[in-house]
Design a protein around this ligand. Structure first.
Ligand code: 1GP
Length: 271
């Protein structure tokens, strides 16, 4: 372990001398995995929804299960604990940590990378380019690996925090052509990843048809998240063309499901 956790005061002291040099190879590895038809599994950590004990349990299970990446962040964070959570993860394991930011205040330089999200399904200029301008200098300073990502919200059957906070309408559930065209435009604009997002805790995850339609029409890796609650669904989304599966809520409810999710996502049958 590369630091000390004080359970009495709920605080963690990170020993920076153990921090490995920045490699900035996350995106290249994602491209290589896609080329080899290897699927990647991400566990999303929402700092507001973990306790020190639950975080360590999730890290422990994730390492044993072979989780590929942690995402950390949220559309709305009430507690100022993202940096501390990130440091705890970095102290316990080598799994890369990628910030999945809801705002520029979630930038933390001890992570390995950050998804620079542009909410391309919406028409809110602040989330298409405004917040990115505000964050640019801090991002440069951070030396994080910056991975530009076309973030596409899709209706998951219920109101989600991300839709409310972003002040944008999601793409209707069955409108595969809109999702496809949005993803294509994002790729043409130079975005390196496409994230199909039904929103955390969505009733319905993005449909397999929509994933398939998008996957047929873009070359960049496709992340799918929001409302994925079973290994069978994760497997079906991988078969439809998802390259990276993100699980948050299901793992918060039952951390042990990470093992089954990992088995389903890492099946060799995609190759
Ligand atoms: C949310 O895609 C992530 O941004 C994960 O969603 O919490 O529903 O798994 P869940």
């Amino acid at each position: 372990m590369r630091g000390k956790f004080d359970f009495v005061n709920n605080s963690f002291t990170f020993d920076k001398s153990f921090f490995p040099p920045m490699k900035k190879n996350i995106y290249h590895r994602l491209l290589a995995a896609k080329a080899n038809k290897q699927k990647k599994f991400v566990v999303l950590i929402d700092p507001d929804k973990v306790t020190p004990e639950s975080l360590i349990k999730t890290i422990d299970i994730s390492v044993k299960a072979g989780v590929d990446y942690f995402f950390i962040g949220g559309s709305l964070l009430i507690n100022d604990s993202i940096a501390e959570c990130c440091d705890v993860i970095k102290s316990y394991c080598e799994v890369p940590v990628i910030i999945f930011p809801g705002s520029p205040s979630q930038i933390h330089s001890n992570a390995d990378g950050i998804l620079l999200l542009s909410l391309i399904s919406g028409r809110n200029p602040d989330l298409l380019i405004g917040q990115q301008v505000i964050a640019a200098a801090a991002l440069r300073e951070s030396e994080l690996e910056i991975i530009s990502t076309g973030y596409i919200l899709v209706d998951g059957g219920n109101a989600t925090t991300v839709s409310y906070i972003s002040n944008t309408f999601p793409i209707p559930y069955h409108k595969d052509d809109i999702a496809m065209s949005t993803a294509m435009a994002g790729e043409m604009l130079g975005l390196k990843l496409i994230y199909l997002e039904a929103g955390s805790g969505a009733n319905n995850c993005v449909s397999e048809n929509m994933v398939h339609r998008v996957a047929e029409n873009v070359d960049v890796p496709i992340i799918v998240g929001g409302g994925i609650s079973s290994p069978e669904k994760a497997l079906a989304l991988c078969k439809s063309g998802a390259d990276i599966i993100v699980i948050g809520t299901a793992a918060e409810k039952n951390p042990e499901i990470i093992f089954q999710m990992s088995d389903a996502i890492h099946k060799s049958e995609f190759a």
